[in-house]
Design a protein around this ligand. Structure first.
Ligand SMILES: C[C@](O)(CO)[C@H](O)COP(=O)(O)OP(=O)(O)OC[C@H]1O[C@@H](n2ccc(N)nc2=O)[C@H](O)[C@@H]1O
Ligand SMILES: Nc1ncnc2c1ncn2[C@@H]1O[C@H](COP(=O)(O)OP(=O)(O)OP(=O)(O)O)[C@@H](O)[C@H]1O
Length: 289
């Protein structure tokens, strides 16, 4: 028996850090939304009690370091599943890019194995399990648009933002999330206005969304990698309505309404960056089949 599951990337429309917690994590307030750039996960039932990972991407580990492996392992342990699975990961989401590729693969594996192994868990139950794998996994279990609090695992659903194009540009570098958080000085951040962003989304007000985009991790990554600032400038110059780094970076995204502007930015950045994508927001939450 085989199952194909889509694992979409996310962007952070806003990312605020409130403080550093005693457990070493940071208390965050983030507005996240899924985009139409996805890895494809194929799950094949194995009668043998084993988890096997296949991927052609040389940056993706094929052992217990893979977040999809960890998702399968967690379900097996917790629900005493004696069957196994072959997980084939067809990557489209750039790795270590701030787009939650690994977290989304883990979330898709949780949703898919829930079905393949007949576990009957709800999305809420899968999201709680996901938090044990990584801070972004709970959001990725639901997809859609949400406010994420705590260390990222406390999810409140939001309506879909107004329709627009999202242009993503990834420079030729990868970034370590742990390193970026470590370098952040929580006493010297300029907080984005999360409440105004939520209003913008709820009102379907594209301008209000654009005006309230902000990410406190941006200045940390910009200091480490000045090429990220250069990409931001280029995107603005080519006519993006708003430009921001996603997550801990280094991917920069820009929003635009019109196809012609999207093409101009896309063509202007290609060749200058490692990878460029022009995609739509997904808007919809995942459902369990
Ligand atoms: C940057 C974001 O991707 C924005 O969506 C997330 O905040 C990070 O999510 P993630 O990659 O799933 O994070 P995890 O795998 O849980 O943690 C990686 C490392 O980032 C740091 N970390 C992460 C989340 C958080 N709220 N505070 C932190 O300080 C911790 O040092 C942790 O060891
Ligand atoms: N399925 C996976 N796909 C990609 N990377 C994975 C996967 N599983 C584990 N990894 C490891 O996780 C690291 C971070 O990759 P990932 O693409 O998830 O980063 P990211 O997009 O910056 O994540 P986030 O936005 O959640 O911080 C990689 O360097 C890789 O070694």
């Amino acid at each position: 028996m085989k199952l194909l599951v889509k694992a979409p990337a996310k962007i952070n429309l806003s990312l605020d850090v409130l403080n550093k917690r005693p457990d070493g994590y940071h208390e965050v307030e983030m507005i996240m939304t899924t985009i139409d750039l996805a890895d494809r996960i194929e799950l094949s039932l194995l009668e043998k009690d084993q988890i096997v990972i296949h991927s052609h991407n040389r940056f993706v580990p094929d052992d217990q370091r893979n977040l999809a492996y960890q998702a399968a392992h967690l379900l097996k342990e917790r629900y005493e599943v004696k069957k196994g699975v072959v997980i084939t990961i067809d990557k489209s989401i750039p790795v270590a890019a701030g787009l939650a590729g690994g977290s989304s693969d883990a979330a898709a594996t949780l949703r898919g194995l829930n079905q393949l192994w007949g576990l009957g868990l709800t999305l809420d139950e899968l999201a709680v399990l996901g938090a044990e794998i990584g801070s972004d996994v709970s959001f990725c279990v639901y997809g859609g648009t949400a406010l994420a609090k705590g260390r990222g695992e406390a999810i409140t659903e939001l309506p879909a933002p107004p329709t627009c194009w999202v242009i993503l540009a990834k420079p030729f570098i990868g970034v370590s999330t742990a390193d970026v958080y470590r370098r952040l000085d929580v006493n010297r951040v300029e907080h984005p206005n999360t409440a105004e962003m939520i209003k913008g989304i709820s009102n379907g007000d594209y301008q209000q969304v654009c005006q309230n985009m902000g990410n406190v991790l941006e200045s940390v990554t910009l200091n480490l990698h000045p090429e990220v600032a250069l990409i931001k400038e280029q995107m603005k110059r080519f006519g993006a309505d708003a430009v921001l780094m996603s997550g801990s970076g280094p991917t920069v995204f820009g929003l635009v309404l019109h196809d012609s502007r999207m093409h101009r930015i896309y063509n202007g950045l290609r060749g200058f960056c490692d990878q460029v994508f022009a995609v739509r927001l997904l808007g919809e939450r995942h459902t369990l089949d």
